[in-house]
Design a protein. Structure first.
Length: 169
């Protein structure tokens, strides 16, 4: 009887965690353990939630990857690292990234970021035709911090020469 009460408490806590945001199996397991629930109870709750489809690492991976790729405009490497930290398998990570990149490629994400950053820069300097080499370096550093491949960054920037950048910068 005591186990049933603990199981129900753990299950209710799990539902509250899932109401805040969707979580991976590993994340939810860690959260329940942090709250002091025993391994056996945690396993029973996780098994139950998996069976009821409240936990689905494949759907979680795709949703998380979509958020990072589309909304936050992150590169594949950074998305992969984030998903790995959440306990998602390499296979599910690769599948999620492939699916999400059908919506927005890394190249398109870089272009959006460049337009966003350069548009603000150009608007703030009414008399400037192009952004400065210093601003271009900052932009490259920002794109690298989002884990876009350097070669792709340079490809996109070179295709925009004359639009935002002076080809001498």
């Amino acid at each position: 009887m005591g186990d049933d009460i603990l199981y129900e408490k753990a299950k209710q806590k799990a539902f509250r965690f899932l109401l805040v945001r969707s979580r991976s199996t590993k994340e939810l397991r860690s959260k329940l353990k942090e709250k002091g629930f025993e391994e056996g109870v945690v396993n029973d709750v996780i098994d139950s939630l998996l069976e009821l489809k409240y936990l689905d690492d494949e759907a979680f991976a795709e949703g998380w990857a979509r958020n990072l790729a589309v909304n936050r405009l992150w590169g594949n490497r950074k998305i992969e690292i984030s998903l790995r930290e959440k306990g998602i398998s390499r296979e599910l990570i690769e599948t999620a990234i492939v699916r999400v990149r059908k919506e927005i490629s890394e190249k398109e994400a870089i272009q959006k970021l460049v337009e966003k950053k350069c548009g603000k820069s150009i608007a703030s300097e009414a008399d400037a035709e192009f952004i400065s080499p210093k601003e271009k370096r900052r932009l490259i550093q920002n794109l690298m911090s989002r884990s876009f491949p350097l070669e792709l960054i340079f490809d996109v920037l070179s295709s925009l020469e004359g639009e935002y950048f002076d080809d001498r910068g």
